[in-house]
Design a protein around this ligand. Structure first.
Ligand SMILES: Cc1cc2nc3c(=O)[nH]c(=O)nc-3n(C[C@H](O)[C@H](O)[C@H](O)COP(=O)(O)O)c2cc1C
Length: 163
């Protein structure tokens, strides 16, 4: 389910320069300056752990963190009670976009909106249910790692349609 969704939206199709200190990339979903500052985090309610989509290897890597995914899921279920759905959280590194642009926040928010929209269209195309949530993912994303620099910029539930 997630493999098709991420392939259609987020996987790296080509790379650009690295003069900003990180590699620019081309992916199906556009990003201001090809910077792609937003990581896609995944919480599968069955697995009960944080995963990060790696757009280069097209795989999921475990995120080692003290932050319990069950608490975050419970908060999100109070917004939309989709208890068997997989939670997607958009975690931005705004510093990347700020390395190139002034007033970078505005571009990061637009990147987040574009990504949520791409995920919606792709989910519909492959027959998944998808529901963006009206939350940013804060304060959890900011607490995910010890080092600062990550900010929650959106969340959505995705899951199979009932037969
Ligand atoms: C919020 C946002 C702002 C963008 N601004 C510009 C822009 O000012 N000029 C431009 O050429 N492309 C702009 N783009 C497009 C990206 O630069 C483009 O998607 C990126 O270079 C990657 O290229 P690709 O879509 O061919 O993979 C923007 C995209 C987004 C999401």
């Amino acid at each position: 389910m997630l493999s098709k969704l991420t392939w259609l939206t987020c996987q790296v199709q080509g790379t650009g320069g690295d003069e900003l200190g990180f590699t620019l990339s081309h992916r199906p979903c556009p990003s201001a300056g090809a910077i792609h500052p937003i990581h896609l985090l995944v919480i599968d309610p069955q697995a009960g752990r944080w995963l990060r989509y790696d757009p280069v290897t097209h795989g999921l890597d475990e995120v080692i963190t003290q932050l319990e995914p069950s608490g975050v899921l419970a908060e999100m279920h109070s917004v939309v009670p989709a208890t068997s759905a997989t939670l997607l959280i958009l975690a931005a590194e705004p510093g990347k976009t700020a390395a190139k642009y002034e007033a970078a926040e505005s571009l990061v928010w637009r990147d987040a909106g574009v990504l949520l929209g791409f995920l919606a269209v792709a989910a519909e195309a492959i027959g998944l249910n998808y529901c963006p949530l009206g939350v940013t993912g804060e304060p959890w994303v900011g607490r995910l790692l010890d080092q600062p620099g990550l900010a929650g910029v959106g969340a959505a539930f995705v899951g199979a349609r009932p037969d």
